[in-house]
Design a protein around this ligand. Sequence first.
Ligand code: NAX
Length: 329
Amino acid sequence: MSTPIRVAITGAGGQIGYALLFRIASGALFGPDRPVALQLLEITPALPSLGGTIMELEDCAFPLLTEVKASDKAEVAFADADWVILVGGLPRKDGMSRADLIRANGPIFTGQGKAINEAAGPNVRVVTVANPCNTNCLIAKSHAPKVPADRWFAMTMLDQNRATAQIAKKAGVPVSSVKKVTIWGNHSDTQYPDYKNAEIAGVPAPKVLREDSWFTETFIPTVAKRGGAVIKARGASSAASAANAAIDTVANLYHPTPTDEWFSTAVVSDGSYGIPSGLIYSFPLQSRGDAAWSIVPNVPIDDDARKRLDASAAELISERDAVKDLLGP
Ligand code: NAX
């Protein structure tokens, strides 16, 4: 058997953690031949209940799971990690503003960024799920100068999956027929779920659905506000679908992307599509495998899309300004 991939997960005792750990341990992420070691971080009061989850992991007798350790110290949990998935934080509650969330969660990522810098493995990749995920990723990255810029990701895959599912439902086709859906920008209401470049069975989605008003009046708001709708209905934020999207994010980066497909993840902008360099912004990506990714070039952007891309960039700049005091040198 090859050496295990070390996956560190923060907030492992939370609801996303509960949906995530078992799938990673089962081999859903790195394939049936790659053993996995899980390194779990929680705050001290949550360690006893995380202990129960670890008992359940044992009780699954997963053949690929070589080791599970839990700690309340980031340096211990991140030691030699190949992947770090930052899930830990306070989820947004009904009625909580985005500004409240930013100030509540931002400080967690200064310490965790430093711990990644000190303790993680030489090829570590970091995926931020905890909200506001783009800005939390920016904070963590700013405290980890040893980790190159192309190793940082924030999750917009749940938005992409939501958008893909909505288009498939409207067109009455299987989800697998819908490709090239892009989420541009922030994981927030200002994101732009790009339907114009999406394809249904290889045909541009607007040519199949021919109802621009459905896209602008129903589709875009449904996707952007889906998280809030789930909170209202369930009384808790998305968990299984968020864990699934975290799996998709890492899998999309780890495995090569088929040439006629792409996927959305927020990465450090290199100025592509006129987005200011350094912002953590969601683009269409392709991977050559092992998280060697590039931004898909030349995706057509019309005037309406341009405005939406810029609005989301402006929001990210204002979020960056709101956490200036938390950013590293
Ligand atoms: P839970 O409250 O169920 O779990 C969060 C866990 O994080 C708790 O167990 C808590 O003890 C732990 N935690 C808090 N501070 C910590 C710290 N400093 N170090 C380590 N662990 C810490 O929330 P859950 O529903 O699992 O959501 C987790 C995060 O995902 C939230 O920030 C939430 O907003 C975010 N989400 C992001 C999504 C995305 O698409 N990017 C979608 C789903 C989700 O809302």
